[in-house]
Each structure stands twice: as C-alpha cells, then as structure tokens.
Write a protein that binds this ligand. Structure first.
Ligand code: PEP
Length: 250
C-alpha cells in the first residue's frame, strides 16, 4: 500500500522568518498518523534551519538538486554528502527548471540520481514533456527517454525506494493542471515501463504528479490509481495552501 506523499518544492523562495512560520504551521497542522506524508524542499541556505525545526518530527526534507561530484573544487555547488550532513532524506533530480534553465541533460540527471543513491538519499526523479512535445504526441517517448537514461546508468534496482514525479512542463507554475485522466495515463505508462523490468519495485514506487496542484484539484488527482501524491511548487509556500492539499487527502 503506497501512502500519499505531499512534497513542497520552494524553489528560489524564502527567508529565515518565512521558513520559521511555514514549518511551524506545517507541524501544527499535520501529524505522523495523517493520511499523507509531508516533505519540503527548501533552498540550500535554509536546510540547516529546516533541520533544526523538523528534526525528530514526521516531516522530511531534501535538497532541490545536487552536484554529482565528490567534494572538491566546484565553487557554488553542493554535493550529496552535504545534504546527508544536513539531515536530508530526499533530493530532487532533474526538475524541469534544472533541465531547461541550467541545461541538465538526461545523462547529467542520471549522474545525479546515482550520486544520490550512493549517498543514501532518496532521489525524486522529475520527468515530463513540454507543451510542444505533448501536442506532437511525444509525451510517452519523452518520458520514456528520460527514464531510460537513468535506468541505463543506475539500473532498475536503484529505483527501489526512490520516487518519481511526473511534471508536465506546461503545467508547472502556469495554473494549467493536467486532467486527472491525462495524468493517470502517463503515471500508468511509467509504472508499466518499470513493471516490465521489476514488478515489485514498480508496485511499490511512489509516482507523484506535479503541475499547479492546489487544495481544489488535489483530491481528484490523488484518487487516481497510479497517482501517489503531489510535488507542489506555488501552493507549498504558505502553510494554509500546503495544508489544504494535505487535508484534501483525508
Ligand atoms: C514544481 O515546482 O515542481 C511545480 C509543480 O510547481 P507548481 O506547483 O507551482 O506548478
């Protein structure tokens, strides 16, 4: 039985006071026995503060990306061991903003996935097609290619206790949401693809949907058989909006 996960990607937002009030609000409004698990992905400067507030609680946290190299001469970068040192459980890998703005290729994403696994972090592998690719009927070939790059580098065993986030690029931060049927269709494609390699891993892996999830559309999306929660951007920046999604699960 896969428990719903509601994960908040704060992107490049935050301040010490925002982190304090948001996390205190999430702790007050959720519980370990709730219908969903919660996770947050703060910007790097706020991971230490996040650890000090959330340590020992039911809410996990993670980095928004990582550099796959070992520690060394990489000014401005953060490696997997640093994320482990800051108590991270998760790390996002291959978010579409990293792929599009910072030119991370499928191979780069696979390197990051492998580095996360090696360090004991749970990668949340983000995949998804652009609007042009969807309109050209290429959704499955794009998502399949993105998965194949990681499968080729890391193998299906590396997906044991990993998480996948299907995030159609056209739905991220746009207010456009994939319909539950559209999202379910791609989630089923992803699970079937993994199932052809390992049925147990495919049955256990969480596949989150991301793209303008909010308190009004979450329940219907998460009710789909292959949708195991959400990766949430804009609506994760206030406790009220994020908890509305969490509460939609119950
Ligand atoms: C995201 O950042 O991964 C995301 C899905 O953003 P939003 O919820 O704002 O569309």
């Amino acid at each position: 039985m896969r428990k719903i996960l509601v994960a908040g990607n704060w992107k490049m937002h935050g301040s010490k006071s925002m982190v304090q009030s948001l996390l205190k609000g999430l702790l007050a409004g959720s519980s370990a026995g709730g219908a969903a698990e919660l996770a947050v992905f703060p910007s790097f400067p706020y991971l230490a503060q996040t650890e000090s507030i959330l340590a020992g609680s039911h809410i996990k946290w993670g980095g928004q990306t990582l550099n796959p190299n070992p520690q060394g001469a990489h000014s401005g970068e953060v490696d997997s061991e640093m994320l482990v040192d800051l108590g991270c459980h998760y790390v996002l890998v291959g978010h579409s903003e990293r792929r599009a703005i910072y030119a991370e290729s499928d191979v780069d994403v696979a390197l990051r996935f492998s580095a996360a696994r090696k360090a004991g972090l749970e990668p949340v592998l983000c995949v998804g097609e652009t609007r042009e690719e969807r309109e050209a009927g290429q959704t499955e070939s794009v998502v399949g290619r993105q998965l194949d790059a990681v499968l080729a580098a890391a193998g299906i065993a590396a997906f044991d206790s990993a998480t996948i986030a299907y995030e159609p690029v056209w739905a991220i931060g746009t207010g456009l949401t994939a319909t539950p049927a559209q999202a379910q269709c791609v989630h089923a494609f992803i699970r079937d693809k993994l199932s052809s390699l390992n049925g147990i891993i495919a049955g256990e892996i969480k596949i989150l949907y991301g793209g303008s999830v909010n308190g009004s559309n979450a329940a219907e999306l998460f009710a789909q058989i292959d949708i195991d929660g959400g990766l949430v951007g804009g609506a994760s920046l206030t406790a009220e909006d994020f908890l509305a999604i969490y509460n939609a699960v119950a």
